[in-house]
Design a protein around this ligand. Structure first.
Ligand SMILES: Nc1ncnc2c1ncn2[C@@H]1O[C@H](COP(=O)(O)OP(=O)(O)OP(=O)(O)O)[C@@H](O)[C@H]1O
Length: 568
């Protein structure tokens, strides 16, 4: 059990005409209702109840972590009313005014259902003016010791993302919270696609900021990471076009205020798509590391990916849905159905470098959650290995592993660097994938019947294991390459023909014939919702390359936290 930290302040204060013993330690602010009679009551709780989900004045004892206090403000008294900092007026009951001349309000994080956070507040009043000031300065002093909180943020708003509400969401829900928390901002409303990316790459004075915030969807987030990662490599003399280079980690954290159509990255890192929750995670200075995959073609950089790289089914769905943009989000369902019915498969060679020495597998029941031990362990292992390779003067840290190769016909080749869970698909493509363990889950769905493919797809929404099928295999990898059959060299094709039976010759002839209606030779890669221009790609995972203002998905709170005894 954690020992309560040293007490900074302890006083008798009032909350709505009720007297409380209020204590401040370095880690906790606690207010405990004064019990009028010392008589033992068998049903009275003797432990602190967490602030979720009750109102602050409804329980016996409340405790808020100092790290989750947003700010403290003094309530000013003017002619029987007190003015708040936001300009609104607050009436004070006559009796309260007579008894208590001074008041201060503490704003703090309150947990609501489904991982949502709210900014709650509690006003303490006391008759002693200097004591009130002492409380305010003591809380502010404790907050000032938290160095992880951002003070200056660079904010990019996509006014056209999702339902075009980005600007309104920021101005109404986020900016007032930043102001209350004393966070200053430089806001840029983007004027064209890739405005934020290009600004970050070249002009942005990054040294002035503690973080970058994007208001938009996954496409906007992708712009931000492309700008930031590219800029970091150039500033550190790393060649982003070389697939074997170890990329430099970005020092600025990224916050996502969800204002897009799907907002998968926000959902995967915070557990909900709610602008207020995201703003509060930014204010308290949370940090969630995240892996990034670099995608290259023949020593040329193509894109970075943090969630899904999909060839075959998911590539075709994206290509088809792009032609139906006018339909809105319904286009994904229609294109999904169409691509399922067309049932195309593609031939090619997948080679991969298995992740060795790590803990965790794609078939685990455990999920990547806040404070994930798998990410911590594997991240540590990765940095130790990188250090030892550096000492051995080896430029390519993959050289120890052995590449494995699979040739075949695939309905889908997916690499999931996170679970890819979203409100539409709560389990995701790879439920046990991790945000920051330095790996991606390579899922190969081999050619099978429509019925079997449907079974596989339906398992994404049920409790059944979508990988427990003979035509599906999943590997946790650090790097992989894909070469579609039409790009293979003559010698490789010859090798294929020798390996496989005669009927492949006919299928090749059949496929090359323009009148033939069978499967096209190649699909496209869906890279986090963007179509890649090349199909032969080299993908490498860069462990914990970026950091988000998030903490991963928290386990649901236990209502009566018996491990958290009242500190006073
Ligand atoms: N001012 C702008 N005008 C036009 N396009 C923009 C502008 N700013 C950003 N974009 C582009 O808009 C695209 C979509 O934006 P965003 O991701 O915010 O919303 P979305 O596509 O609706 O959501 P999601 O990506 O979550 O499905 C991004 O790829 C981004 O590059």
């Amino acid at each position: 059990m954690e020992r309560p930290s040293r007490l900074v302040l302890l006083s008798e204060l009032r909350v709505r005409n009720t007297t409380y013993d209020v204590s401040l330690s370095r880690s906790q602010l606690t207010w405990k209702r004064r019990v009028s009679s010392p008589v033992y009551h068998p049903f009275r709780p003797r432990f602190c109840v967490p602030s979720f989900p009750r109102r602050p004045d409804s329980g016996v004892c409340h405790s808020v972590s100092v790290s989750e206090i947003i700010s403290v403000r003094e309530e000013e008294e003017e002619n029987g009313s007190r003015r708040r900092e936001d300009g609104s007026w607050k009436k004070i009951k006559e009796r309260e005014e007579k008894d208590c001349r001074q008041a201060f309000t503490v704003l703090y994080v309150e947990r609501c259902r489904q991982h949502r956070w709210r900014c709650a507040e509690v006003t303490f009043t006391c008759s002693d003016g200097p004591l009130c000031q002492h409380w305010i300065s003591s809380i502010r002093e404790q907050l000032a010791t938290i160095t992880s909180r951002p003070k200056h943020l660079l904010v990019y708003i996509n006014p056209y993302g999702g339902k075009r509400q980005g600007k309104r969401i920021y101005e109404q829900k986020v900016a007032p919270l930043f102001a209350q928390a004393g966070v200053s901002t430089h806001v840029i409303v983007t004027e064209y696609a890739n405005h934020a990316r290009d600004h970050l790459k070249t002009e942005a004075e990054l040294e002035k900021f503690d973080g970058v915030v994007c208001v938009g969807g996954d496409g906007m987030f992708s712009e931000i990471i492309h700008g930031l990662i590219w800029r970091t490599q150039i500033d550190n003399g790393v060649d982003p076009n070389c697939p074997d280079e170890t990329l430099s980690g970005c020092s600025l954290r990224i916050g996502i205020i969800p204002a897009g159509s799907t907002d998968c990255i926000c959902f995967a890192t915070v557990g909900t798509n709610d602008p207020v929750t995201s703003a509060l995670h930014i204010i308290v200075g949370d940090s969630q590391p995240m892996d990034v995959c670099s995608v290259h073609h023949n020593n040329t950089f193509l894109r970075y990916s943090v969630s899904l790289l999909g060839y075959g089914f998911y590539g075709d769905v994206l290509t088809d849905s792009e032609r139906k943009r006018w339909m809105g989000p319904a286009r994904y369902d229609l294109s999904g159905l169409k691509m399922f019915l067309t049932h195309h498969y593609y031939e090619g060679t997948v080679s991969y470098l298995p992740a060795r020495g790590i803990i965790g597998t794609p078939r685990d029941a455990a999920r990547c959650r806040s404070g994930c031990v798998v990410c911590q362990h594997n991240g540590q292992l990765h940095s130790e290995r990188a250090e030892s390779y550096e000492m051995d003067d080896m430029s390519n840290c993959e050289s120890d592993g052995e590449w494995r190769t699979i040739r075949g016909k695939f309905l889908a080749i997916n690499a999931a660097s996170m679970s890819c869970a979203c409100p539409r698909s709560p389990k995701g493509l790879s439920p046990a994938a991790h945000l920051a363990d330095g790996t991606t889950d390579l899922i190969l769905v081999r050619k099978c019947s429509r019925f079997d493919f449907l079974r596989h797809l339906l398992r994404h929404t049920s409790k059944d294991d979508q990988f427990d099928l003979t035509f599906v295999e999943v590997h946790r990898v650090r790097r992989f390459r894909f070469m579609p059959r039409h790009c293979q060299s003559d010698s490789e094709l010859e090798l294929d023909l020798q390996e496989n039976s005669k009927h492949q010759i006919f299928s090749q002839i059949c496929r090359d014939h323009p009148a033939c209606g069978c499967a096209p030779a190649y699909s496209s890669w869906n890279c986090d919702g963007e179509i890649l221009t090349h199909t032969a790609i080299d993908v490498r995972v860069h462990c914990q390359l970026i950091n988000l203002f998030a903490r991963g998905i928290e386990e649901p709170p236990v209502f009566e936290d018996l491990t958290n005894p009242c500190a006073i």
